[in-house]
Design a protein around this ligand. Sequence first.
Ligand code: GDP
Ligand code: IMO
Ligand code: MG
Length: 431
Amino acid sequence: MPNIVIVGAQWGDEGKGKVVDIFTEFADLVVRYQGGNNAGHTLVIGDDKTILHLVPSGIMHKSKTCVIGNGVVVDPEVLLMEIGRLRERGVLTGSGNLKLSTDANCIMPYHKKLDHLREARLGKSAIGTTGRGIGPAYEDKVGRRGIKTRDLLSENVLRAKLASVLEFVNFQLVNYYHDEPMDLERLLTEGLEWGRQLKPFLEDTPLLIHREMERGRHILFEGAQGAMLDIDHGTYPFVTSSNTVASAACHGSGVGPKDIDHVVGITKAYTTRVGAGPFPTELESDTGERLRQRGAEYGSTTGRPRRCGWLDVVVLKNATRINSLTEIAVTKLDVLTGFKTLKLCVGYEYKGKVFDDVVANGIDLDACKPVYEEIPGWEEDLRDVREFDELPANARKYLQRIEDLLGVPTSLVSIGPGRGETIILSNPFRE
Ligand code: GDP
Ligand code: IMO
Ligand code: MG
């Protein structure tokens, strides 16, 4: 029955999309459970590159069911555009195999507006959000004034909810930001049209997932963002507004902790971050630029250059703990080819002391100096390697050292963006 959660173990963009696509072959349902279209998950299949923001990364497997769970914040406009593009390419036919929770909260146009206005107001202290309205939408959800996808189906319900929320939203827009208020009638017309188009996809997804589990189906839960962007455990306030850790798969899709069998943490072979906030191993040097160029490190959602640095094992140890990782998958190992020496950050020096197990709480990460362990690099191109034993000896040593430091095994190594450029060491669905 294995059900598996795939999570980012760093600051996002670890290659979750690719790994989900690979493991979907062994699953029946693929479920997104948190975040929204701040995510950009890339799949490279043959010559085709697909970037998914809301639709789960299992969608290229036509016989599998993809679910957008109740914990996701859904921008209906973006979802409809994504569905439209997938239909044009023949990936989706009709409502096909995509299900959307009736309980998911919507990202409304005013959430996007507020996101931009807030960032502008913060100036130099801005978070560097994706500008997709994620924070304001989650605030409304927790504030119990959110619009759920099912609310888009009834004019009476939507009108009443919009009237109530707009009182609050327009007060902020006009009096705090000195901006234009939002118009209820326009939002109502747009919202009802989105509802009409999304209706065929809407479903009680927790019930669907449970029925499938009862039939012995395998579920793959697809995380977005990464552990260091978690609202509780990340580098607050430079985080996203949802829980990104594995336990969110439970409340974001309607299953209990006993239904999760494996948690796979995805990590790049180095570290990247988009947006502002502390990043102890960041390299603002030629080495960082080389990682960015070789790894094509530009955001899948916003196109922003990603900040790059050596692999931070302190971050990964934290991710291992807070997610209960049972294994890791290491991506983009190919990007490290050609570096004479590689560095692994195994601790932080702070006020004369070395810490190897502290990340977000208590110490000022900006004031931490990474403590590095050096490992010799390799020159060989890895993209044609298909077996672990074919990897250069130093690449194997690098992976082994990470595994030893974390105390969890590696189930997959990725050596290129394509489906085939993958070495599977152990398949959690086959355990
Ligand atoms: P996600 O948000 O975690 O799904 O990751 P993104 O899709 O935002 O970013 C990962 C990027 O790295 C994408 O452009 C992938 O196509 C690419 N990628 C994934 N795995 C590998 C790999 O092993 N090697 C290389 N060179 N690129 C990879
Ligand atoms: P995937 O799923 C990388 C970052 C933003 C910003 C912070 C808050 O592709 O790994 P938000 O718009 O969520 O309020 O922005 O979080 N961020 C991501 N960084 N990958 C992501 O998703 C991200 N989603 C949000 O850059 O620093
Ligand atoms: Mg991404």
